[in-house]
Design a protein around this ligand. Structure first.
Ligand code: URA
Length: 212
């Protein structure tokens, strides 16, 4: 099982530079989307460090060799809709053979609890490394609910990838799913009264899709 710590903060200069550009309210939608695509690949590189490896025999133009290759079932990337799709696109460029799933949740305005409206994941979840993606770990409610559903589908080796995390969201995730490591590009100061991350970057879905 994973050797990753509960929280990995990716401080690589390229990640931090791109994130600053994304936070800027004057960054246009097209640039925001492109940056998200680029940053998601750098984060994917970090979170897949422990993919199991084996070797296979190949022949180079010089000689035969036992060469390293990925082992086992393809990993599963799970987008938590809708903002998760922004991270997913870039990750799929880096890991084109990954299997893909989607979890859709909305917040019931009376109970404030997340309610599932869509759930579709690859088969053999128990045998795959599963990476759930959502750019913002804010209250953690929807991410925790999504991981509850992934565990019900059989997933055992789950990681969570986000761009920004709040201290509140990290604590909530650790309490609910201590076995799920979080990889993030930043841990921000706090949540405001509306559940937005401060200083944050605003509504990630609106910024990537150009909605309000
Ligand atoms: N979702 C967002 O898109 N932004 C936040 O700051 C919090 C949740």
């Amino acid at each position: 099982m994973t050797q990753l710590p509960h929280l990995t903060h990716v401080t690589h200069p390229l990640v931090q530079h791109k994130l600053t550009l994304m936070r800027d309210q004057d960054t246009p939608t097209a640039v925001f989307r492109q940056l998200l695509r680029e940053i998601s690949q750098l984060l994917a590189y970090e979170i897949t460090r422990e993919l199991p490896m084996t070797t296979k025999s190949i022949t180079t133009p010089m000689e035969e060799m036992e060469a390293p290759t990925l082992e086992g079932r393809k990993l599963a990337l799970i987008s938590i809709l809708r903002a998760g799709n922004g991270l997913l696109d870039g990750m799929l460029e880096l890991i084109p053979s990954a299997r893909v799933g989607f979890v859709g949740l909305y917040r019931d305005e009376d109970t404030l609890e997340p309610v599932q409206y869509y759930f579709k994941v690859p088969d053999h979840m128990s045998e795959r490394m599963v990476i759930a993606v959502d750019p913002m770990l804010a209250t953690g409610n929807s991410s925790i609910a999504a991981i509850d559903l992934l565990k019900k589908s059989g997933a055992k080796d789950i990681r969570f990838l986000c761009l920004l995390a709040s201290p509140e969201g990290i604590a909530a995730m650790k309490a609910a799913h201590p076995d799920v490591p979080i990889v993030t590009a930043a841990v921000d100061s706090h949540l405001n009264d509306h559940g937005y991350i401060v200083p944050g970057l605003g509504d990630a879905g609106d910024r990537m899709f150009g909605t309000k």
